[in-house]
Design a protein around this ligand. Sequence first.
Ligand code: FES
Length: 105
Amino acid sequence: AKITYIEHDGTEHTIEVANGITLMEAAVKASIPGIDGDCGGACACATCMVYVPDEWKPKLPEVETMEETMLDFCEHTEANSRLSCQLVASDELDGIRLQMPESQH
Ligand code: FES
């Protein structure tokens, strides 16, 4: 799937992500600034947060309790925040545009 990551300053990075890979892993591998993924995808660090445009919400899995708890801790959390380590690339997500917060801390 083609995934676009948009930095806080508007810089866009579009990469091809193989199905089954998390959107955090893909960003870290491609050295996209703005996604740290410190905990390696265990839903325990919230440094992989992204903002998902509303029109994509129906295509994403529900927010799990763990993810919700982590997002609660994070100061940049908005209603459309998701942890990108909990989002897995699939054909459904082709073309999705993820906005990244100003910082992951
Ligand atoms: Fe740590 Fe997503 S990589 S919560």
